[in-house]
Every structure is written in structure tokens, then in C-alpha cells.
Design a protein around this ligand. Structure first.
Ligand SMILES: [Mg+2]
Length: 138
């Protein structure tokens, strides 16, 4: 699966054009998705030029080498133009509803779950077991 992932506000806290503090477990989850689940990670960001290189270096220094950057195919790197690509999934803090925590992101991708299936599971749980979801949705 091709997974497009945003940088600012998603892998790191929003501090553009600076690089924010790490978002907990973002790098760890991305590594697992890449190394263990064999998904192709595409960095999908409005950053360009030196600011884009900063983001690429940040991730590279933590063991993430993207399959492609602001494009669908490797080698098509264009540090000047950002455009929408045909990824299977987008992970972005600007998604409607906001960014789930990275544990839930991992679960949704590896178990092919959607918000709809998660809400359905919530309703099927016995009353005493709803605390996990209550924490997620409040
Ligand atoms: Mg963002």
C-alpha cells in the first residue's frame, strides 16, 4: 500500500518553518509500517527547497527513508513543486477529525479499519470495556 504522510503537525509538532518536537510514536510506527508491513511511505508535505531537505534529513536521521517525496515514484523528486498523488492512505493532521494517535493509526492501517468499523466495535463492546474508546473519543 502507498501511504502518504505529512510532516508538520503529523511526524513532528506544528512549528513550520522550524521542525517541531517529535509527535509520540510517529517514527516508530512509520518504521514498522515500512520494515515489517512493507508499505511504501511517501513524504507528502508543502515543504520545498531547503525546508523540505530539513524534513527529509530529520526522518533519515531516525531511520526513515521515504519511497518517494511529494511524488508517487522514486526519482521523481521535485523540491520545487508539491502536488497531490494517488496514495492509498493519507496521514495528515489536517484530515477531518484531526490526527489520531499513532497507535491507532498503526491499528487502522494494519487491520484495515476505518472510523466506521471502530465506532461499530465501540457499540459492540460490553459496558465495562468501553473505557478505551471513551478515552479515544472524548
Ligand atoms: Mg500538517
Amino acid at each position: 500500500m502507498i501511504i502518504a504522510v505529512d510532516f508538520d503537525g503529523t511526524i513532528v509538532e506544528e512549528a513550520y518553518p522550524a521542525i517541531g518536537k517529535p509527535v509520540p510514536f510517529a517514527i516508530e510506527v512509520l518504521k514498522r509500517l515500512q520494515e515489517e508491513e512493507h508499505h511504501q511511505l511517501v513524504l507528502w508535505t508543502v515543504r520545498e527547497g531547503k525546508l523540505l531537505e530539513d524534513a527529509v534529513q530529520y526522518c533519515r536521521g531516525r531511520g526513515i527513508e521515504f519511497y518517494a517525496i511529494n511524488s508517487l515514484f522514486p526519482g521523481e523528486v521535485d523540491f520545487e513543486i508539491s502536488r497531490k498523488i494517488a496514495a492509498d492512505v493519507f496521514i495528515d493532521d489536517r484530515s477531518i477529525g484531526g490526527l489520531p494517535d499513532w497507535g491507532l493509526i498503526y491499528r487502522m492501517i494494519t487491520k484495515n479499519e476505518t472510523w466506521e468499523t471502530i465506532f461499530a466495535m465501540q457499540n459492540e463492546l460490553p459496558k465495562g470495556k468501553k473505557g478505551f474508546f471513551k478515552k479515544l473519543f472524548t
